[in-house]
Design a protein around this ligand. Structure first.
Ligand SMILES: Cc1ncc(COP(=O)(O)O)c(CN[C@@H](CS)C(=O)O)c1O
Length: 420
């Protein structure tokens, strides 16, 4: 029994009616398209419902203009919509107003903004930054390279055999020299839900900061920055029914006030002379140049769409599908699933089938119309720890159904038997 009317939700996503299997150079038109799409790659990117597409189209059709500058009506309308989109995000994640919400291109840029604008200024030899072994490359590579530039040590909290964070190791590695903990809230590979608040307490006890990578949690469950006690938090619009090209960095106001700009140019300045420049107030200090106006408006529309369904109910729906998939794949036999048990994870399942390479498996699944991801999911060091070069990953969202999980399992069985 679903927590909401999934069929009514699916009606908002025409793409879910797509037939696939034809020539990818002629999307949707090829006579070879004769298999129902079963889209289970939502951790890579989610689909965009009609209300969000309409909000973006309406901007371009009726009040497209540059923001913050113009006195004319269109610019004022665009400015209000773009600026108020920051308020929608702030309310959604429990931030104290738009001043704590910086729009970025995506989670990756948000991570780099903090690593460069805070990290380069604050880190040096003797300091350390503590990550987890399950970090996405967006944080792992960023802090790894900032460590090389500053001389700060980068440490990694180990993952237990059942895909959880080793908190004893966390306590050992977070110490008086730890300036930052950067941890994924929900792993995009294991589905593990990490104890961000517990990590925050550990690092705050040592006067350090915590950055929560919430790219796989803000879209999928209720997230409140105060509940997590996060100092920074980031997520991407494209994983939550929004457009690509927009993400958000949350930062405690006093921290953002203390940081210099990350990018320079228009919008982010107040006064410029040949010799000096002064900066705009938050959040504009960190939004240089013409912003992603339509995308910001689209993100606000996506949040309104998700809130209308309810984040608790979306979390419940994803957990139902993940647990069902975990159990059915386990029952299939010859399947190795990574991460904690099915009832203790976010809405995704990464696995391998004995004797079948992940890319071969995903190729066969594609022949059955099942769209999942194969590879390292931007967590190569974690896959090294798992002892596998790649995995396949099914990731669920509010418009997926139990029947689609059944289609996944049937296709996996076909692939297993094909390669047996
Ligand atoms: C936990 C986590 N952290 C950061 C990112 C990066 O998001 P960007 O919008 O690409 O900047 C992602 C996006 N993970 C996609 C693309 S690699 C996936 O297939 O899993 C993520 O899941």
């Amino acid at each position: 029994q679903y927590p909401f009317d999934v069929e009514a939700i699916r009606d908002d996503f025409p793409i879910l009616e797509r037939l696939v299997g034809g020539d990818p150079t002629s999307p949707g038109e090829d006579e070879g398209d004769d298999v129902d799409l079963v889209y289970l790659d939502n951790a890579a990117t989610s689909h965009t419902p009609d209300p969000v597409v309409d909000a973006i189209s309406d901007y371009y059709r009726s009040y497209n203009s540059n923001v913050h500058r113009g006195i004319h009506q269109l610019s004022q309308e665009a400015s209000v919509a773009y600026e108020e989109a920051h308020d929608v995000v702030a309310d959604f994640i429990g931030a104290n107003g738009r001043e704590e919400v910086i729009f970025t291109k995506n989670t990756t840029e948000a991570m780099n903004l903090v690593a460069y604008a805070w990290g380069l200024a604050e880190l040096g030899p003797g300091d350390n930054v503590v990550l987890t072994q399950m970090e996405h490359h967006a944080s792992l590579v960023t802090w790894q390279q900032i460590g090389k530039k500053t001389g700060a040590e980068v440490r990694f909290i180990e993952v237990t055999d059942d895909g959880r964070l080793d908190m004893a190791d966390a306590e050992a590695k977070i110490d008086g020299d730890t300036e930052m903990v950067s941890a994924v809230h929900v792993s995009n590979t294991l589905g593990t839900v990490n104890p961000i608040r517990e990590l925050a307490e550990l690092v705050h006890d040592h006067d350090g900061l915590i950055f929560a990578d919430a790219a796989q949690s803000v879209p999928n469950r209720p997230v409140d920055v105060a509940d997590l006690d996060a100092d920074f938090l980031a997520f991407s619009g494209h994983k939550m029914c929004g457009p690509t090209g927009i993400g958000a960095l949350y930062g405690r106001r006093e921290l953002l006030e203390s940081m210099g700009p990350y990018l320079y140019g228009g919008e982010m300045i107040r006064k410029v002379t040949f010799e000096e420049s002064t900066w705009e107030d938050l959040p504009w200090k960190f939004e240089a140049g013409t912003p992603s106006i339509a995308q910001g408006i689209g993100l606000a529309a996506a949040i309104e769409y998700l809130e209308d369904v309810g984040m608790e109910r979306i979390e419940e729906h994803e957990s139902l599908l993940a647990e069902y998939a975990y159990d059915r794949l386990t029952d299939l036999g010859g399947v190795e699933i990574y991460g904690p048990p099915g009832d203790e994870r976010g809405g995704l399942v990464a696995f391998n089938v004995d004797g079948v390479h992940a890319h071969d498996l995903s190729s066969v699944l594609n022949d059955y119309g099942v769209a999942i991801r194969a590879g390292d999911h931007c967590t190569q060091p974690l896959h090294d720890e798992l002892g596998v070069a790649a995995s396949v990953r099914a990731s669920f969202y509010l418009y997926n159904t139990v029947e689609e999980v059944d289609a996944l399992v049937d296709a996996v069985r076909e692939a297993r038997d094909l390669f047996a």
